[in-house]
Design a protein around this ligand. Structure first.
Ligand code: MEV
Length: 299
């Protein structure tokens, strides 16, 4: 039996634009997914297309048990974390000898096949390696870890990343003159943010601009607007949609002293708040007694 875990993530800058080869900055966060894989002769069937693909890609069968601290379909990279932890646990249980880089690329190909070819490597790389990463196509650069205090607001409005990515792609096909400049502007904001990474007030202003550009792309939602506005009013340096949008979550960059107040403001607008910070570990092997915390999903 092998037990592995992998963290969720937030996009600080550049979601959707990364799908078109633009740069994006994402950070691994503390909540994680725990996966137990066990060799079995008669594995039960799995319903999740991500798990199905993981076993298919590794060419083995087994049972899998999942315990998640990340709400699913909420823009926090739970499917990438499940994929990364499952591939890592299969690799370990069957002694397949894949490196962390192999796991990251395999996880990306699993995401791509489930999301019909449209998935950047961001979620899977950040979940595998942890930390803050600048991702642009095949280039992945680790940025110095910053002590950011984040408050995430989950709207509890479920969304589908694949559907939101497809919506943007259709908008771009019908109105390239509108959408391409928005993607260029997101790229400019992402690149400018690198110059002010230590100045959280300035970084927050760029997050606000990135949010408005995502609204212009059509991936906003009234519930996201409510939480973003509440977080800013309660003292956040900046706040924006994180992930695919259309529901899901927003993220606020906060002064340390204000994070409880900002979390309270989000909860006051019917959001679920998560106060969190950076995870620098990425995918990691857990002790076997981790199984006591796992829920069976079957395979
Ligand atoms: C989803 O977390 C982020 C998107 O940019 C899609 C992707 O990068 O694959 C919307």
């Amino acid at each position: 039996m092998a037990v592995w875990s992998a963290p969720g993530k937030v996009f600080l800058f550049g979601e959707h634009a990364v799908v078109y080869g633009k740069p994006g900055i994402a950070m691994a966060i503390k909540p994680r997914v725990y996966v137990t894989v066990r060799k079995t002769r008669h594995p039960p069937r799995v319903k999740s297309p991500y798990l199905e693909k993981c076993f298919e890609l590794m060419g083995v069968n087994g049972s899998v048990y999942i315990h998640s601290q990340l709400p699913s379909s909420s823009g926090l990279g739970s499917s990438a974390a499940v994929t990364v932890a499952t591939l890592s646990a299969i690799n370990d249980e069957y002694g397949l000898g894949h490196t962390k880089s192999d796991i990251a690329s395999m996880a990306h190909s699993v995401e791509k096949s489930v999301q019909k070819g449209r998935a950047s490597a961001t979620d899977t790389y950040v979940s595998t390696f942890g930390g803050v990463l600048l991702i642009q196509g095949d280039i992945k650069r680790r940025l110095p870890p910053e002590d950011f205090h984040l408050v995430i607001g989950n709207t509890m409005v479920s969304h589908s990343t694949a559907r939101m990515v497809e919506q943007v792609s259709k908008f771009r096909a019908t109105d390239p003159d509108i959408v391409n400049p928005i993607l260029d502007a997101i790229e400019a904001v992402t690149m400018r943010s690198l110059h002010v990474f230590q100045d959280q007030r300035a970084l927050g202003r760029y997050m606000d601009i990135n949010h408005e550009l995502l609204e212009a792309l059509g991936v906003g939602h009234p519930a996201l607007t409510r939480l973003v506005t509440a977080a800013r009013a309660a003292g956040a340096y900046g706040a924006k949609i994180t992930g695919a949008g259309g529901g899901g979550s927003m993220v606020a960059l906060c002064p340390k002293r204000s994070k409880s107040k900002i979390a309270g403001a989000i909860e006051g607008c019917d959001g679920r708040a998560i106060i969190t910070t950076i995870d620098n570990e990425g995918a990691r092997k857990e002790k076997e007694d981790e199984r006591n915390r796992t829920d069976k999903t079957g395979r």
